[in-house]
Design a protein around this ligand. Structure first.
Ligand code: ATP
Ligand code: MG
Length: 456
Protein backbone atom coordinates (compact mmCIF):
# COMPACT_ATOMS: atom_id res chain seq x y z
CA UNK A 1 0.00 0.00 0.00
CA UNK A 2 2.59 2.48 1.16
CA UNK A 3 4.90 1.46 -1.64
CA UNK A 4 2.12 2.03 -4.17
CA UNK A 5 1.51 5.43 -2.70
CA UNK A 6 5.24 6.13 -2.80
CA UNK A 7 5.48 5.15 -6.45
CA UNK A 8 2.66 7.51 -7.25
CA UNK A 9 4.31 10.29 -5.30
CA UNK A 10 7.72 9.67 -6.83
CA UNK A 11 6.50 9.42 -10.44
CA UNK A 12 8.72 11.38 -12.80
CA UNK A 13 12.42 12.27 -12.65
CA UNK A 14 11.94 15.69 -11.21
CA UNK A 15 10.22 14.40 -8.10
CA UNK A 16 11.92 15.47 -4.91
CA UNK A 17 13.34 12.68 -2.80
CA UNK A 18 11.56 13.26 0.46
CA UNK A 19 8.35 15.04 -0.43
CA UNK A 20 5.59 15.45 2.11
CA UNK A 21 4.36 11.92 1.28
CA UNK A 22 7.42 10.30 2.89
CA UNK A 23 6.25 7.81 5.50
CA UNK A 24 6.69 9.30 8.92
CA UNK A 25 5.25 6.42 10.92
CA UNK A 26 7.63 3.54 10.75
CA UNK A 27 6.95 -0.09 11.45
CA UNK A 28 8.52 -1.15 14.75
CA UNK A 29 9.77 -4.70 14.46
CA UNK A 30 10.36 -6.85 17.56
CA UNK A 31 13.41 -9.04 18.10
CA UNK A 32 11.39 -12.20 17.43
CA UNK A 33 11.05 -11.11 13.81
CA UNK A 34 14.53 -9.74 13.08
CA UNK A 35 16.69 -11.79 15.47
CA UNK A 36 19.15 -9.08 16.56
CA UNK A 37 19.58 -9.52 20.29
CA UNK A 38 21.58 -6.75 21.94
CA UNK A 39 24.47 -9.14 22.61
CA UNK A 40 25.08 -9.38 18.88
CA UNK A 41 25.85 -5.67 18.65
CA UNK A 42 29.46 -4.53 18.87
CA UNK A 43 29.89 -3.51 22.55
CA UNK A 44 31.23 -0.07 21.63
CA UNK A 45 28.21 0.63 19.41
CA UNK A 46 25.87 -0.44 22.16
CA UNK A 47 27.61 1.73 24.74
CA UNK A 48 27.55 4.73 22.40
CA UNK A 49 23.79 4.40 21.84
CA UNK A 50 23.12 3.89 25.56
CA UNK A 51 25.19 6.91 26.51
CA UNK A 52 23.43 9.17 24.01
CA UNK A 53 20.03 7.89 25.14
CA UNK A 54 20.88 8.47 28.80
CA UNK A 55 21.68 12.07 27.84
CA UNK A 56 18.14 12.39 26.46
CA UNK A 57 18.84 11.83 22.76
CA UNK A 58 17.60 9.36 20.23
CA UNK A 59 20.33 6.99 19.09
CA UNK A 60 20.32 3.95 16.85
CA UNK A 61 22.65 1.62 15.04
CA UNK A 62 21.82 2.33 11.42
CA UNK A 63 22.39 1.22 7.85
CA UNK A 64 24.68 -1.56 6.72
CA UNK A 65 25.33 -3.01 10.19
CA UNK A 66 21.61 -3.63 10.88
CA UNK A 67 21.14 -5.03 7.38
CA UNK A 68 24.11 -7.37 7.72
CA UNK A 69 23.11 -8.61 11.19
CA UNK A 70 19.64 -9.52 9.95
CA UNK A 71 21.21 -11.28 6.98
CA UNK A 72 23.55 -13.20 9.32
CA UNK A 73 26.72 -11.43 8.14
CA UNK A 74 29.30 -9.89 10.48
CA UNK A 75 29.13 -6.11 9.85
CA UNK A 76 32.21 -4.42 8.44
CA UNK A 77 31.59 -1.19 10.31
CA UNK A 78 29.01 0.34 12.61
CA UNK A 79 27.25 3.66 12.05
CA UNK A 80 25.18 5.40 14.70
CA UNK A 81 22.44 7.90 13.87
CA UNK A 82 21.20 10.38 16.44
CA UNK A 83 19.17 13.55 16.86
CA UNK A 84 22.05 15.11 18.83
CA UNK A 85 24.06 17.67 16.89
CA UNK A 86 27.71 16.91 16.13
CA UNK A 87 28.80 19.36 18.82
CA UNK A 88 26.52 17.79 21.40
CA UNK A 89 27.93 14.36 20.58
CA UNK A 90 31.48 15.65 20.75
CA UNK A 91 30.82 17.25 24.16
CA UNK A 92 29.36 14.01 25.52
CA UNK A 93 32.27 11.76 24.58
CA UNK A 94 35.69 12.60 25.89
CA UNK A 95 37.36 10.35 23.32
CA UNK A 96 35.77 11.73 20.17
CA UNK A 97 36.59 14.05 17.32
CA UNK A 98 34.66 16.08 14.80
CA UNK A 99 35.31 15.04 11.22
CA UNK A 100 34.56 16.94 8.05
CA UNK A 101 33.97 20.60 7.46
CA UNK A 102 30.86 20.68 5.31
CA UNK A 103 28.80 18.02 6.99
CA UNK A 104 30.26 17.11 10.31
CA UNK A 105 30.17 13.65 11.77
CA UNK A 106 31.78 12.50 14.98
CA UNK A 107 34.20 9.66 15.47
CA UNK A 108 33.67 8.18 18.92
CA UNK A 109 36.42 5.92 20.24
CA UNK A 110 35.28 3.08 22.49
CA UNK A 111 38.07 0.73 23.57
CA UNK A 112 39.75 -0.24 20.32
CA UNK A 113 36.70 0.58 18.22
CA UNK A 114 35.81 3.75 16.33
CA UNK A 115 32.13 4.45 15.76
CA UNK A 116 30.87 6.91 13.22
CA UNK A 117 28.09 9.00 14.73
CA UNK A 118 26.02 11.19 12.43
CA UNK A 119 23.13 13.50 13.07
CA UNK A 120 19.83 12.78 11.30
CA UNK A 121 20.10 14.41 7.91
CA UNK A 122 17.36 15.46 5.50
CA UNK A 123 17.35 14.84 1.79
CA UNK A 124 18.31 17.99 -0.02
CA UNK A 125 15.94 20.85 -0.62
CA UNK A 126 15.60 23.58 -3.22
CA UNK A 127 18.96 25.07 -2.18
CA UNK A 128 20.89 21.89 -2.82
CA UNK A 129 23.86 22.41 -5.11
CA UNK A 130 23.94 20.05 -8.10
CA UNK A 131 26.14 19.71 -11.16
CA UNK A 132 24.74 20.05 -14.68
CA UNK A 133 23.77 16.34 -14.75
CA UNK A 134 21.80 16.56 -11.50
CA UNK A 135 24.51 15.05 -9.30
CA UNK A 136 24.23 16.37 -5.77
CA UNK A 137 27.39 18.21 -4.82
CA UNK A 138 26.38 19.35 -1.35
CA UNK A 139 23.63 18.27 1.00
CA UNK A 140 23.94 19.43 4.52
CA UNK A 141 20.56 19.88 6.10
CA UNK A 142 19.75 18.32 9.45
CA UNK A 143 16.36 16.58 9.59
CA UNK A 144 14.10 14.17 11.39
CA UNK A 145 14.62 10.44 11.62
CA UNK A 146 12.04 9.99 8.83
CA UNK A 147 14.02 12.42 6.63
CA UNK A 148 17.18 10.55 7.44
CA UNK A 149 15.58 7.26 6.37
CA UNK A 150 14.30 8.75 3.11
CA UNK A 151 17.69 10.08 2.01
CA UNK A 152 19.29 6.63 2.23
CA UNK A 153 19.64 4.61 -0.94
CA UNK A 154 17.98 1.20 -0.54
CA UNK A 155 15.15 0.06 1.71
CA UNK A 156 17.44 -2.51 3.36
CA UNK A 157 19.84 0.31 4.27
CA UNK A 158 17.25 2.44 6.06
CA UNK A 159 16.89 0.33 9.19
CA UNK A 160 17.46 1.67 12.72
CA UNK A 161 18.20 -0.67 15.61
CA UNK A 162 17.60 0.40 19.18
CA UNK A 163 19.68 -1.70 21.58
CA UNK A 164 17.57 -0.60 24.55
CA UNK A 165 14.36 -2.14 23.19
CA UNK A 166 15.92 -4.59 20.72
CA UNK A 167 13.55 -3.25 18.07
CA UNK A 168 14.19 -2.31 14.45
CA UNK A 169 12.57 0.89 13.23
CA UNK A 170 11.70 0.38 9.58
CA UNK A 171 10.34 3.25 7.46
CA UNK A 172 10.53 1.62 4.02
CA UNK A 173 9.79 -2.09 4.44
CA UNK A 174 13.47 -2.91 4.46
CA UNK A 175 13.15 -5.95 6.73
CA UNK A 176 10.51 -7.51 4.48
CA UNK A 177 12.65 -6.79 1.39
CA UNK A 178 15.68 -8.34 3.06
CA UNK A 179 13.71 -11.42 4.02
CA UNK A 180 12.31 -11.67 0.48
CA UNK A 181 15.83 -11.08 -0.85
CA UNK A 182 15.03 -8.07 -3.01
CA UNK A 183 17.07 -4.87 -3.32
CA UNK A 184 14.70 -1.95 -3.72
CA UNK A 185 15.44 1.73 -4.11
CA UNK A 186 13.89 4.29 -1.80
CA UNK A 187 12.18 6.78 -4.08
CA UNK A 188 12.30 6.97 -7.84
CA UNK A 189 15.38 5.10 -9.09
CA UNK A 190 16.17 7.44 -12.00
CA UNK A 191 16.14 10.49 -9.76
CA UNK A 192 18.25 8.71 -7.18
CA UNK A 193 20.86 7.65 -9.77
CA UNK A 194 20.97 11.14 -11.17
CA UNK A 195 21.70 12.56 -7.71
CA UNK A 196 24.44 10.00 -7.16
CA UNK A 197 25.42 7.62 -9.99
CA UNK A 198 27.58 5.61 -7.57
CA UNK A 199 24.32 4.09 -6.34
CA UNK A 200 24.35 1.91 -9.48
CA UNK A 201 27.62 0.35 -8.34
CA UNK A 202 26.39 0.08 -4.77
CA UNK A 203 23.31 -1.78 -6.02
CA UNK A 204 25.50 -4.34 -7.77
CA UNK A 205 27.93 -4.71 -4.87
CA UNK A 206 25.31 -5.01 -2.13
CA UNK A 207 23.10 -7.37 -4.12
CA UNK A 208 26.11 -9.64 -4.73
CA UNK A 209 27.17 -9.48 -1.09
CA UNK A 210 23.71 -10.25 0.25
CA UNK A 211 22.50 -12.55 -2.54
CA UNK A 212 19.60 -10.21 -3.38
CA UNK A 213 17.85 -9.89 -6.70
CA UNK A 214 17.50 -6.39 -8.08
CA UNK A 215 14.00 -5.01 -8.14
CA UNK A 216 13.16 -4.52 -11.85
CA UNK A 217 12.31 -0.87 -11.17
CA UNK A 218 15.80 -0.39 -9.73
CA UNK A 219 17.66 -2.19 -12.51
CA UNK A 220 15.63 -0.97 -15.52
CA UNK A 221 17.26 2.47 -15.87
CA UNK A 222 20.83 1.35 -15.12
CA UNK A 223 22.04 0.54 -18.61
CA UNK A 224 20.73 3.78 -20.01
CA UNK A 225 22.07 5.88 -17.14
CA UNK A 226 25.45 4.12 -16.76
CA UNK A 227 27.18 6.97 -18.61
CA UNK A 228 26.54 9.27 -15.64
CA UNK A 229 29.23 7.38 -13.74
CA UNK A 230 31.73 9.29 -15.88
CA UNK A 231 30.89 12.46 -13.98
CA UNK A 232 31.78 10.97 -10.62
CA UNK A 233 35.10 12.29 -9.33
CA UNK A 234 37.84 9.72 -10.05
CA UNK A 235 38.90 9.42 -6.39
CA UNK A 236 35.39 8.38 -5.34
CA UNK A 237 35.16 5.92 -8.21
CA UNK A 238 38.48 4.40 -7.22
CA UNK A 239 37.23 3.95 -3.62
CA UNK A 240 34.03 2.39 -4.83
CA UNK A 241 35.82 0.03 -7.21
CA UNK A 242 38.10 -1.06 -4.39
CA UNK A 243 35.10 -1.74 -2.17
CA UNK A 244 33.58 -3.79 -4.94
CA UNK A 245 36.73 -5.72 -5.82
CA UNK A 246 37.63 -6.34 -2.16
CA UNK A 247 34.09 -7.20 -1.09
CA UNK A 248 34.84 -10.93 -1.02
CA UNK A 249 32.31 -11.27 -3.85
CA UNK A 250 34.28 -9.77 -6.70
CA UNK A 251 33.59 -12.62 -9.14
CA UNK A 252 29.87 -12.32 -8.53
CA UNK A 253 30.06 -8.51 -8.69
CA UNK A 254 31.78 -8.58 -12.09
CA UNK A 255 29.19 -11.04 -13.35
CA UNK A 256 26.44 -8.71 -12.16
CA UNK A 257 28.17 -5.61 -13.53
CA UNK A 258 28.04 -7.36 -16.88
CA UNK A 259 24.41 -8.37 -16.51
CA UNK A 260 23.54 -4.74 -15.81
CA UNK A 261 25.71 -3.45 -18.65
CA UNK A 262 27.94 -1.62 -16.18
CA UNK A 263 31.33 -3.13 -16.94
CA UNK A 264 32.04 -0.71 -19.77
CA UNK A 265 34.17 2.24 -18.96
CA UNK A 266 34.60 1.69 -15.23
CA UNK A 267 38.04 0.43 -15.49
CA UNK A 268 38.39 1.80 -18.98
CA UNK A 269 39.11 -1.16 -21.18
CA UNK A 270 37.95 -3.71 -18.60
CA UNK A 271 35.31 -4.61 -21.13
CA UNK A 272 37.96 -5.28 -23.75
CA UNK A 273 39.93 -7.44 -21.32
CA UNK A 274 36.90 -9.48 -20.50
CA UNK A 275 36.31 -10.15 -24.15
CA UNK A 276 39.77 -11.61 -24.75
CA UNK A 277 39.74 -15.33 -23.85
CA UNK A 278 43.17 -15.30 -22.17
CA UNK A 279 42.55 -11.94 -20.52
CA UNK A 280 39.22 -12.99 -19.12
CA UNK A 281 40.55 -16.19 -17.59
CA UNK A 282 43.42 -14.27 -16.03
CA UNK A 283 41.17 -11.58 -14.54
CA UNK A 284 38.64 -14.07 -13.23
CA UNK A 285 41.38 -16.20 -11.62
CA UNK A 286 42.74 -13.09 -9.98
CA UNK A 287 39.32 -12.05 -8.67
CA UNK A 288 38.63 -15.57 -7.38
CA UNK A 289 41.91 -15.58 -5.48
CA UNK A 290 41.12 -12.10 -4.10
CA UNK A 291 37.72 -13.39 -2.89
CA UNK A 292 39.44 -16.35 -1.23
CA UNK A 293 41.92 -14.01 0.50
CA UNK A 294 39.10 -11.82 1.81
CA UNK A 295 37.28 -14.86 3.16
CA UNK A 296 40.46 -16.13 4.83
CA UNK A 297 41.04 -12.69 6.39
CA UNK A 298 44.38 -12.24 4.58
CA UNK A 299 45.88 -8.89 3.63
CA UNK A 300 44.98 -7.35 0.27
CA UNK A 301 47.01 -5.26 -2.10
CA UNK A 302 45.24 -2.86 -4.48
CA UNK A 303 48.44 -2.66 -6.53
CA UNK A 304 48.53 -6.38 -7.14
CA UNK A 305 44.86 -6.54 -8.07
CA UNK A 306 45.01 -3.62 -10.50
CA UNK A 307 48.21 -5.03 -11.97
CA UNK A 308 46.28 -8.19 -12.85
CA UNK A 309 43.23 -6.34 -14.15
CA UNK A 310 45.31 -4.30 -16.54
CA UNK A 311 48.00 -6.76 -17.57
CA UNK A 312 46.41 -7.92 -20.79
CA UNK A 313 45.91 -4.33 -21.80
CA UNK A 314 49.62 -3.81 -21.39
CA UNK A 315 50.32 -6.90 -23.47
CA UNK A 316 47.94 -5.79 -26.21
CA UNK A 317 49.39 -2.28 -26.27
CA UNK A 318 52.89 -3.74 -26.34
CA UNK A 319 52.06 -5.96 -29.31
CA UNK A 320 50.84 -2.93 -31.26
CA UNK A 321 54.03 -1.06 -30.46
CA UNK A 322 56.22 -3.95 -31.52
CA UNK A 323 54.18 -4.23 -34.69
CA UNK A 324 55.16 -0.62 -35.38
CA UNK A 325 58.82 -1.66 -35.11
CA UNK A 326 59.54 -0.31 -31.61
CA UNK A 327 62.15 -2.36 -29.78
CA UNK A 328 60.80 -4.74 -27.18
CA UNK A 329 61.77 -3.44 -23.76
CA UNK A 330 61.29 0.29 -24.32
CA UNK A 331 57.97 -0.56 -25.96
CA UNK A 332 57.00 -2.57 -22.87
CA UNK A 333 57.69 0.36 -20.55
CA UNK A 334 55.84 2.76 -22.84
CA UNK A 335 52.88 0.38 -22.87
CA UNK A 336 52.82 0.26 -19.05
CA UNK A 337 52.85 4.06 -18.82
CA UNK A 338 50.16 4.50 -21.43
CA UNK A 339 47.79 2.02 -19.78
CA UNK A 340 48.32 3.53 -16.34
CA UNK A 341 47.75 7.05 -17.67
CA UNK A 342 44.51 5.94 -19.32
CA UNK A 343 43.26 4.51 -16.04
CA UNK A 344 44.30 7.53 -14.05
CA UNK A 345 41.94 9.74 -16.04
CA UNK A 346 38.97 7.78 -14.70
CA UNK A 347 40.01 6.11 -11.52
CA UNK A 348 42.55 8.27 -9.73
CA UNK A 349 44.74 5.31 -8.92
CA UNK A 350 46.92 6.78 -6.21
CA UNK A 351 50.59 7.35 -6.91
CA UNK A 352 51.57 4.66 -4.43
CA UNK A 353 49.27 2.08 -5.99
CA UNK A 354 50.50 3.00 -9.49
CA UNK A 355 54.07 2.46 -8.25
CA UNK A 356 53.13 -0.98 -6.89
CA UNK A 357 51.45 -1.93 -10.17
CA UNK A 358 54.50 -1.00 -12.17
CA UNK A 359 56.87 -2.81 -9.81
CA UNK A 360 54.94 -6.04 -10.29
CA UNK A 361 54.80 -5.64 -14.08
CA UNK A 362 58.48 -4.81 -14.36
CA UNK A 363 59.47 -7.95 -12.49
CA UNK A 364 57.76 -10.19 -15.07
CA UNK A 365 60.43 -10.13 -17.79
CA UNK A 366 63.02 -10.86 -15.15
CA UNK A 367 61.42 -14.20 -14.29
CA UNK A 368 62.30 -15.39 -17.76
CA UNK A 369 66.03 -14.98 -17.13
CA UNK A 370 67.25 -18.17 -15.57
CA UNK A 371 70.96 -17.74 -16.23
CA UNK A 372 73.86 -16.24 -14.31
CA UNK A 373 73.24 -13.99 -11.31
CA UNK A 374 69.86 -12.75 -12.45
CA UNK A 375 67.59 -15.23 -10.56
CA UNK A 376 69.52 -14.62 -7.31
CA UNK A 377 69.10 -10.86 -7.62
CA UNK A 378 65.39 -11.30 -8.36
CA UNK A 379 64.87 -13.38 -5.20
CA UNK A 380 66.14 -10.45 -3.15
CA UNK A 381 63.66 -7.98 -4.60
CA UNK A 382 61.22 -6.75 -1.95
CA UNK A 383 58.29 -7.38 -4.31
CA UNK A 384 59.47 -10.86 -5.31
CA UNK A 385 56.53 -12.64 -3.68
CA UNK A 386 53.92 -10.49 -5.42
CA UNK A 387 55.83 -10.85 -8.69
CA UNK A 388 55.90 -14.63 -8.32
CA UNK A 389 52.18 -14.84 -7.48
CA UNK A 390 51.51 -12.78 -10.58
CA UNK A 391 53.70 -15.11 -12.67
CA UNK A 392 51.79 -18.12 -11.32
CA UNK A 393 48.51 -16.53 -12.32
CA UNK A 394 49.87 -15.97 -15.82
CA UNK A 395 50.78 -19.65 -16.00
CA UNK A 396 47.43 -20.80 -14.60
CA UNK A 397 45.58 -18.73 -17.17
CA UNK A 398 47.55 -20.33 -19.98
CA UNK A 399 49.48 -17.20 -20.96
CA UNK A 400 52.86 -18.78 -20.23
CA UNK A 401 54.20 -22.27 -19.64
CA UNK A 402 53.58 -23.69 -16.17
CA UNK A 403 57.14 -25.01 -16.36
CA UNK A 404 58.46 -21.51 -15.64
CA UNK A 405 56.31 -21.05 -12.52
CA UNK A 406 57.25 -24.55 -11.31
CA UNK A 407 60.92 -23.73 -11.82
CA UNK A 408 60.62 -20.64 -9.65
CA UNK A 409 58.74 -22.50 -6.96
CA UNK A 410 61.55 -25.07 -6.80
CA UNK A 411 64.23 -22.36 -6.98
CA UNK A 412 62.80 -20.50 -3.99
CA UNK A 413 62.91 -23.53 -1.70
CA UNK A 414 66.22 -24.97 -2.94
CA UNK A 415 69.53 -24.45 -1.12
CA UNK A 416 72.35 -22.47 -2.67
CA UNK A 417 74.05 -25.43 -4.37
CA UNK A 418 70.79 -26.76 -5.77
CA UNK A 419 69.96 -23.30 -7.08
CA UNK A 420 73.28 -23.14 -8.94
CA UNK A 421 72.52 -26.54 -10.42
CA UNK A 422 69.10 -25.39 -11.58
CA UNK A 423 70.40 -22.48 -13.66
CA UNK A 424 70.00 -22.89 -17.38
CA UNK A 425 73.15 -22.72 -19.48
CA UNK A 426 73.57 -19.58 -21.59
CA UNK A 427 72.00 -20.10 -25.03
CA UNK A 428 69.79 -22.78 -23.59
CA UNK A 429 67.81 -24.51 -26.35
CA UNK A 430 64.64 -24.27 -24.20
CA UNK A 431 64.84 -20.52 -24.46
CA UNK A 432 65.07 -20.64 -28.21
CA UNK A 433 62.24 -23.13 -28.46
CA UNK A 434 59.99 -20.93 -26.38
CA UNK A 435 60.78 -17.92 -28.48
CA UNK A 436 59.97 -19.70 -31.73
CA UNK A 437 56.76 -21.21 -30.39
CA UNK A 438 55.59 -17.94 -28.90
CA UNK A 439 56.06 -16.12 -32.17
CA UNK A 440 54.55 -18.80 -34.34
CA UNK A 441 51.40 -19.48 -32.35
CA UNK A 442 51.18 -15.89 -31.25
CA UNK A 443 49.53 -17.26 -28.12
CA UNK A 444 52.04 -15.81 -25.77
CA UNK A 445 52.91 -12.23 -26.53
CA UNK A 446 55.35 -12.07 -23.60
CA UNK A 447 57.24 -15.19 -24.60
CA UNK A 448 60.15 -13.39 -26.19
CA UNK A 449 60.65 -11.02 -23.28
CA UNK A 450 63.75 -12.72 -21.86
CA UNK A 451 65.66 -12.99 -25.04
CA UNK A 452 65.07 -9.56 -26.33
CA UNK A 453 65.98 -7.42 -23.41
CA UNK A 454 66.72 -7.02 -19.76
CA UNK A 455 64.82 -5.21 -17.07
CA UNK A 456 67.67 -5.54 -14.59
P1 ATP B 1 29.15 -1.75 3.48
O1 ATP B 1 29.60 -1.06 4.73
O2 ATP B 1 28.84 -3.18 3.62
O3 ATP B 1 30.07 -1.46 2.36
P2 ATP B 1 26.98 0.10 3.64
O4 ATP B 1 25.62 0.11 3.02
O5 ATP B 1 27.04 0.05 5.12
O6 ATP B 1 27.77 -1.10 3.01
P3 ATP B 1 28.40 2.55 3.87
O7 ATP B 1 29.22 3.24 2.86
O8 ATP B 1 29.03 2.06 5.12
O9 ATP B 1 27.74 1.34 3.09
O10 ATP B 1 27.18 3.49 4.17
C1 ATP B 1 26.43 3.44 5.37
C2 ATP B 1 24.98 3.81 5.09
O11 ATP B 1 24.90 5.12 4.53
C3 ATP B 1 24.28 2.91 4.07
O12 ATP B 1 23.77 1.72 4.64
C4 ATP B 1 23.20 3.83 3.55
O13 ATP B 1 22.13 3.90 4.46
C5 ATP B 1 23.89 5.19 3.54
N1 ATP B 1 24.53 5.46 2.24
C6 ATP B 1 25.79 5.18 1.86
N2 ATP B 1 26.03 5.58 0.61
C7 ATP B 1 24.90 6.15 0.16
C8 ATP B 1 24.51 6.78 -1.06
N3 ATP B 1 25.35 6.88 -2.08
N4 ATP B 1 23.25 7.26 -1.15
C9 ATP B 1 22.39 7.17 -0.11
N5 ATP B 1 22.69 6.58 1.05
C10 ATP B 1 23.93 6.07 1.21
MG1 MG C 1 28.83 0.22 6.29
Amino acid sequence: MIRKLLRRVFKGDAAPIAPPGTPSTPVVIPVTRHGITRERILPGARRTCEFLQQAGHKAFVVGGAVRDLIAGIVPKDYDIATDATPNQVHMLFRRSRLIGRRFQIVHVMQGGETLEVSTFRAAHDADTVKDEHGRVLRDNVFGTQADDAARRDFTVNALYYDPATETVIDYHHGVADLQQKVLRMIGEPRARYREDPVRMLRAVRLSAKLGLTLDPLLSAPIQEMAGLIENVPPARLFDEMLKLLFSGHAVECVKRLRDEGLHHGLLPLLDVILEQPLGEKFVMLSLASTDARVKAGKSLSPGYLFATLLWHEVLANWEIRKGRGESAMPAMFEAMDEILDLQAEKLAITRRVAGDIKDIWMLQPRFEKRVGKSPFRLLEQPRFRAGYDFLLLRAQSGEIDMELADWWLAFQSADEAAREAMLLPENDPKKRRRRVRGKKANANPAADLPVTGSAD
